[in-house]
Write a protein of this length. Sequence first.
Length: 230
Amino acid sequence: MIQLFVCRLKEIEEELFHQLLVNLPKERQHHVQRFRQYEDRLRSMIGNLLMHMQLAKQLQCAPVELNYQVNQFGKYELVNQILHFNLSHAGQYVIGAISDRPVGIDLELKQYRDFSFFQSVWTEREKKLFEVDSMNDFYYLWTAKESYVKWLGTGLATDLKTVDIDFDGLVYQNGKKAPVLVQNIDIDPQYQCTVCSEYRAEKVKFLSIEQLITYFMEKSSSESDTSFCF
């Protein structure tokens, strides 16, 4: 089982931003506030709130009951490991994935850049199979590798050149086939999104910021304790 959900961002008033921000644990609030640009702060906050809401709904509990831990590579996990989750954001979107098995997801806004700077992350096989200097192939390979190392839970602590992506979504690491697939997720032609999982993703659920605001405002009004358990 894998659930995918995406939210398109829009600007919100500063007062509302801070009202929503307090629903995050203190460490996450500080993380959001470290971003200099408003757009980056908004993406980070909305992404975290979106994940909290979906996890709470899936587990049929209040967000304040969620208990998290951080692994040695900085990845957030639920303490009880009933559900696994991952989050990514870029441009105007945040997207999340929840599964009963490990999952990784990566989203990138397609932009022209000097793709030659990234030659060191491609395997010789990938250079033969893909046009690594083309926008579409570059972003597919990049998000596929990113989603895989996020599935591993190691992030960029894993050398991307040890990860080999095939045309059919198969993944090899150090020559050994991994028990997962990487799958392209269509949300917007200007973006590349790839999810890595043991399952095939069936569909993406689109949620609005209004739904997110309503959910947390209702929770705030009905609960006196808005802190998260760690």
